[in-house]
Design a protein around this ligand. Sequence first.
Ligand code: ADP
Ligand code: NI
Length: 220
Amino acid sequence: MISDKQQLIIEKTAEFVKATLHNAEGGHDWFHIYRVWKNAMTLAKEEAADLFVVQLAALLHDIADAKFHNGDDSIGPATAGKFLAKEDVDSNVIVHVQNIIANISFKGGKHLLEFSSKELDIVQDADRLDAIGAIGIARAFSYGGFKNRRMYDPEIQPDLHMDKERYRNSQAPTINHFYEKLLLLKDRMNTAAGRKMAEQRHAFMEHYLDQFYLEWEGLQ
Ligand code: ADP
Ligand code: NI
């Protein structure tokens, strides 16, 4: 259960994140945070977890993304820690939230996991859920448009073995991103509740792709 004092801190954190991300790019704006927060709440109701830590970490997980700070991945945890300390949050909660932020990201598939907790599992699942399903499709095409990429090019095959650098700099069409990342996420979920939600969103993407190829050839 969340105490009144914790509830107030959550609300202040949401305000802080909203203000900090007011001109963030579309994939990581306040509404991405909002959706991850809601996903995390849904998952946390089915998995025994500390709801205070889950909510703070969901709200702060993209507060300073390394890829917008010359690859420096210490800025996110540091910014979150500074804010939470100012709000008088217990230091063990702060350290837990910082560990979640430091370990949540999917970087082209390869990842060194140094820390684990139920709360990390939940927030990571919540973030992954926002990359799949109807929202995931919208985010992928929005990102592809921003990068001026083709929607689809039947000549260019997906590449499942990209390193971190090639993954970031890829000029491949957006449809390839489904095979390189989005359709792989279902099998990487940590929690049973996350897996269940991912399966529905995954099926929606597969259905979408079937329809996409039929329309591409004028068959439907
Ligand atoms: P994260 O910060 O979650 O690791 P990214 O910054 O890589 O993810 O991606 C943010 C959003 O943009 C996600 O929804 C992701 O699917 C999408 N995206 C990332 N790379 C590509 C790409 N090459 N083509 C299309 N969409 C992409
Ligand atoms: Ni995120």
